[in-house]
Design a protein around this ligand. Structure first.
Ligand code: M1P
Length: 256
């Protein structure tokens, strides 16, 4: 059967294609290469391209038809960078600095089992805030994740940030294990859908693990323009992908 060029399988990265902040398995890697023969494949992740290259492969742009690092604020067609937008211009230096200062001040009053470095990471399209610090090791990451479930460190911080900075059209999302993604409203994963529309793609199947309210897959998962598929781990992504592919191949063959 020829490739279904009106259809894309769009994947979140952490927890969907790879375990959180870990490398992709050879099984998933090979599966994606095969899948691409049947439909377009794309990824959308909150992190920047470097992190996605670390987790998937350095040639990630060649593996996918479309790549959307930073929720699609960077848009690649194959290896070609089509467009890029930044938060600095959106907020302006004054508000951005007030925001960073506020976060650092707030976090300086939080006591945790451990604290490491890199509490504020500036990315092109978002500010990533981590109370434990992004320099923590795997064990410390897991420890914070468990501690946070009990003590609601991030949830409480999000409430305060909403109150203080919501007026600047800012949105706060708990996507991974140790941090909060902070970005202008609408700059969530739905942002990439306009690019797929402009490429003439009609059917978007989105696979993500953080689809509950407050998770960073929630908005796109709920969006009418996509068929949302909830997964609980990369292994589950493989199973669900295969099921859906079999279904749509059948539908296509009946139509022909
Ligand atoms: O892709 C999910 C999240 O992955 C990381 O989160 P954390 O380090 O907290 O586990 C971050 O890159 C975050 O921006 C991203 O949303």
């Amino acid at each position: 059967m020829p490739k279904m060029t009106d259809t894309v399988f769009l994947f979140d990265v952490d927890g969907t294609l790879t375990p959180s902040r870990k490398k992709i398995t050879p099984e998933m890697f090979n599966f994606l290469r095969e899948l691409r023969k049947d439909v377009y494949i794309a990824f959308v992740g909150g992190s920047n391209l470097e992190k996605q290259q670390e987790q998937v492969c350095p040639e990630i742009l060649s593996l996918f038809d479309y790549s959307f690092p930073e929720n699609g604020l960077s848009f690649y067609r194959g290896t070609e960078l089509v467009s890029k937008q930044g938060i600095n211009d959106f907020l302006g230096e004054e508000i951005l600095q007030n925001f960073v200062n506020f976060c650092l001040h707030y976090m300086s009053n939080i006591k945790l089992p451990v604290k490491r470095g890199l509490f504020v990471e500036m990315r092109d399209s978002m500010v990533n805030i981590s109370p434990v610090g992004r320099n923590c090791n795997d064990e410390e990451r897991q420890q914070f994740f468990e501690y946070d479930k009990e003590h609601k460190i991030r949830e409480n911080m999000v409430q305060v940030l909403k109150k203080e900075f919501g007026k600047y059209n800012m949105h706060f999302s708990i996507g991974g294990q140790i941090s909060i993604d902070c970005f202008p409203t609408g700059w969530d994963k739905r942002y990439c859908l306009q690019h797929l529309e402009s490429e003439g793609i009609k059917n978007v199947y989105f696979f993500g693990d953080m689809v509950h309210e407050g998770g960073n897959d929630y908005e796109i998962f709920e969006d009418d323009r996509v068929v949302g598929v909830a997964v609980c781990a990369p292994q589950d992504t493989l199973v669900k992908c295969k099921e859906i592919l079999a279904e749509i191949k059948l539908e296509h063959s009946i139509k022909e």
